[in-house]
Design a protein around this ligand. Structure first.
Ligand code: DGP
Length: 125
């Protein structure tokens, strides 16, 4: 079993600098930017810079340093944009979609940080 990565996906183009993005944070291994179609006042995507298709790919093949960096960035952003309770916020949701059943549109692993309003229940169907 092997993962195959489409290097023409939109986030690969963002990482190459081919298309612009609204960057929130950047580190050695990760990039965070605002979602083009926000579902809430705060809707940020965090992606690894290396080519991973989805969460299980990232978890299987990323280095410990990449995984730690990614998680630290996620947590830092929840505080910096003020949705974390420790930063005075009311909370947030992290979502990652994988494959067709997960309704993943962009085949480069990403985590959504969504907050800034009261969200509904997680599963609608
Ligand atoms: P998903 O279904 O989890 O693969 O969601 C992909 C998200 O990516 C979706 O919320 C919209 C966002 N998105 C798609 N194209 C672009 C883009 O060109 N720029 C930015 N910033 N976000 C994008």
């Amino acid at each position: 079993m092997a993962y195959s990565y489409d290097s023409e996906n939109i986030f690969a183009k963002i990482l190459r600098g081919d298309i612009p993005n609204d960057t929130v944070a950047e580190s050695e291994y990760s990039l965070a930017f605002r979602d083009i179609n926000p579902a809430a006042p705060e809707h940020i995507l965090v992606i690894p810079k290396q080519a991973y298709v989805n969460f299980d790919h990232f978890g299987a093949e990323a280095s410990d340093a990449e995984i730690v960096d990614f998680n630290r960035m996620l947590a830092k952003i929840t505080r910096e944009v003020g949705v974390a309770q420790v930063a005075g916020g009311e909370g947030y949701r992290l979502i990652t979609n994988a494959g067709s059943h997960g309704v993943q549109d962009v085949p480069h692993f990403h985590m959504h940080i969504i907050g800034g309003r009261q969200l509904g229940r997680m599963i609608s169907t």
